[in-house]
Design a protein around this ligand. Structure first.
Ligand code: SAM
Length: 453
């Protein structure tokens, strides 16, 4: 494990970190109503030869932190590199390149016939090699097919995190406002009942931490002292998001953790001591649980319970419900195209980890974003569609890989899975966690659940 701040060596920085990307002040700069969203996901707006983002001192002087964040690091804040060296971490881009080369080489993700139907209904498209024209000229999906995939985590490089933050300001993306409202209204109650004095808060996949602020405020108002551990995939993003919080809440100790969810469980198990029987409050917000399959989610929660929790600890988990299909579809395919830009940025990131120039391997003229809500399965599905027959060649570890895409072929990138009461019950049964409480937002579209060990 490595301490990234204040002493850090630039060679140790995650190559996951983007080329220079100056962070916008999102709260004052949401996409305007009239504009279509444009971001560096476009072929032209991204320079692959830009210098590295972070310039950090390697002798304990925190005053030269980064290009975009020149404020001194507050004393109550540190960022640790917890990427596992023994188990290859997906937050390591050399390893990620190997994994992506492998997932692009095989068709292993099921694209159900029902999703083909929803793609046709919602996007007017016919899934490749999956349709029969019957005599009345109506196309019907005939079978489930297997498609290639790219790990969802590639969406969250520094640029992706910035675009995701823009998504959280999009009105159609109701999820953030709903969760924000729950935290605004219920933080006092949550802090009172579920955060112990001298306790530890651990948030998985923090993003910009906009909601956490309400909970921290309540904790401080109740004169509780806590250490807050914030996990995410980018050192730059962690630093930029933690800095203002650390300044605002000097009585709280902030520890950024650079790594994956699995890295964090190993870190918690092996390195996080329990002082004076202090309790742990884990947070997994933004319906991030929906980005894993139901089975993976249950398996992950079981690992969280086994490796990171003791009796008395809780996990506060924000989960989107099975809402009206058109509401969900618009949330993930907003009129300004912010989500589209977010998903397409994933291809820019893949190009970079393969060592390609922007637009060289996956030009955006040859791929499109496919968004569909499969109401039968209660999940939004995101894919790339190859717009023509094409061939992409890359070298990984000096070994050549060739990917040949058919016209219309889909590449899976992200699920956003929705949960009803039955789904939650099954999640509890399979993970072994105990359902303790739920807070609903005013629209009753979204829930914050409290799961206990
Ligand atoms: C859906 S966003 C939610 C962000 C924030 N919690 C919110 O509520 O707005 C998912 C977050 O988890 C992070 N993330 C995704 N996969 C991860 C993984 N395998 N390990 C660690 N963080 C991950 C992303 O970088 C991103 O910040």
């Amino acid at each position: 494990m490595q301490q990234l701040h204040p002493s850090i060596h630039s060679k140790d920085l995650p190559s996951f970190t983007d080329p220079l990307h100056l962070r916008k002040d999102h709260d004052s700069d949401p996409p305007s109503d009239s504009e279509e969203y444009s971001s560096s996901a476009s072929d032209s707006g991204f320079s692959s030869s830009s210098p590295p983002t972070l310039q950090l001192s390697d002798h304990g002087d925190a005053s030269t932190l980064s290009e975009s964040s020149r404020d001194p690091i507050p004393r109550n804040m540190t960022v640790l590199d917890i990427r596992s060296k023994s188990v290859e971490s997906m937050a390591d881009s050399a390893h990620l390149a190997r994994v992506v080369a492998q997932t692009l080489s095989t068709r292993e993700t099921v694209f159900p016939a029902s999703s083909a139907r929803f793609d046709a209904e919602q996007n007017g498209k016919r899934a490749f090699n999956n349709y029969n024209n019957n005599t009345a000229g109506v196309s019907t999906p005939i079978q489930d097919v297997l498609v290639r995939s790219i790990p969802t985590l590639v969406l969250y490089d520094d640029n992706g995190l910035d675009i995701f933050n823009d998504i959280t300001h999009v009105d159609e993306y109701y999820i953030t406002n709903a969760e924000m409202q729950i935290f605004k209204d219920k933080s006092d109650e949550i802090a009172q009942a579920h955060v112990g004095n001298n306790g530890v808060l651990i948030e998985l996949g923090v993003g910009s931490m906009r909601k956490t602020r309400y909970l921290l405020d309540a904790i401080v108002s109740q004169n509780k002292s806590v250490t807050y551990y914030a996990l995410d995939l980018s050192a730059q993003s962690l630093t930029q998001s933690l800095q203002p919080l650390a300044l605002q809440f000097p009585s709280i100790k902030f520890v950024g953790l650079l790594g994956t969810y699995d890295d964090s469980l190993l870190y918690i198990k092996d390195h996080l001591a329990r002082d004076n029987g202090s309790t742990r409050t884990l947070l997994w917000l933004g319906t991030s649980i929906g980005n894993t399959t139901r089975k993976e989610a249950a398996e992950f929660l079981e690992r969280v319970k086994r490796l990171a929790m003791q009796d008395g600890d809780v996990l506060l988990c924000g989960i989107d419900r099975r809402n009206d299909a058109s509401v969900v579809k618009t949330a993930y395919d907003d009129p300004k195209g912010v989500t589209r830009a977010f998903i397409l940025n994933g291809l820019r990131h893949v190009e970079r980890i393969f060592g390609g120039e922007t637009g060289e391997l996956f030009p955006l003229s040859k791929f499109e974003y496919v968004s569909l809500y499969n109401a039968d399965l209660g999940r939004h599905e995101a894919y790339y569609r190859s717009l023509e027959k094409q061939r992409v060649e890359v070298d990984v570890d000096s070994l050549p890989h060739v990917f040949e895409f058919e016209e219309g072929e889909l590449i899976f990138i992200e699920y956003s899975i929705k949960y009803d009461a039955e789904d939650i019950k099954r999640l509890m049964d399979q993970s072994g966690l105990r359902w303790a409480k739920e807070w609903l937002d005013q629209t009753e579209r979204y829930s914050l659940h409290c799961f206990a060990k």
